[in-house]
Ligand binder design. Structure first.
Ligand code: NI
Length: 228
């Protein structure tokens, strides 16, 4: 499932994020790539443990918590700590690769299975050329370049790349989610059902007996499929 979540960050938050990013020291992105990805990756990242990473991480996690659709769409069990990258100049691309299935958390405090990959765009798309996130869906590659503050969720299983940035810089935040519901198909069914239920509640009210019944069905499916 490919999902666009608009406005994860506000305009003021983005402005503040760019002030923090402008003062940060960037490092080679290959430091955190797996064996296959290291050959494809040529970008920069904020180093783990820097003050800026901690500030920006908190900002993104607050954005996730208040977003109306994020929880329903991803049913998160674990969220890997958000990281930040930059493409431009000599370090401007990330060729086709697959993300490692398991991310080891900094400090050896656990692991996250990468069911869902997340990219939160931070740069105004008019400020750079190229830099599309291309997700190789069968027969139909998706080319994604979103407004600053918008996020895309996509399956961790996909082969994907970031096209070379040929003008300006593209900064983004990226992280992974281990979902309570491992199966993409089951997660999508639950999300669709939850969305339809929200619309029905809006038009018919919370107490309509069929809505109460269907809400129960949603939770019973979640109970059957979720691993908490
Ligand atoms: Ni990737």
């Amino acid at each position: 499932m490919l999902l666009h979540l608009p406005n994860l960050l506000t305009t003021d938050e983005l402005k503040w994020a760019h002030e923090v990013l402008n003062g940060a020291a960037w490092a080679d992105g290959r430091n955190t790539a797996g064996n296959q990805a290291v050959h494809a990756k040529n970008n920069q990242q904020l180093p783990e443990g820097s003050k800026e990473v901690q500030l920006l991480r908190d900002l993104v996690l607050r954005g996730l918590e208040r977003h109306a659709i994020f929880f329903s769409a991803s049913l998160p069990k674990h969220v890997s700590p958000p990281m930040f990258n930059r493409y431009g100049g000599e370090t401007n691309r990330y060729d086709n690769h697959v993300d490692s299935a398991i991310r080891y958390l900094p400090g050896g405090v656990g692991r996250v299975r990468t069911d869902i990959s997340c990219t939160l765009f931070l740069s105004d798309p008019a400020s750079y050329d190229g830099g599309e996130l291309v997700i190789n869906e069968l027969f139909n590659p998706q080319r994604i370049k979103l407004a600053a503050g918008d996020m895309v969720l996509y399956p961790g299983t996909s082969v994907h790349r970031v096209e070379p940035v040929t003008r300006g810089h593209r900064t983004a935040c990226f992280f992974w989610i281990q979902s309570m519901v491992r199966s993409t198909e089951q997660r999508k069914l639950l999300f669709d059902m939850d969305q339809h239920l929200m619309h029905l509640r809006g038009s018919l009210g919370e107490t309509e007996p069929a809505i109460v019944g269907l809400t129960g069905t949603y939770h019973n499916l979640l109970r059957m499929w979720a691993d908490t």
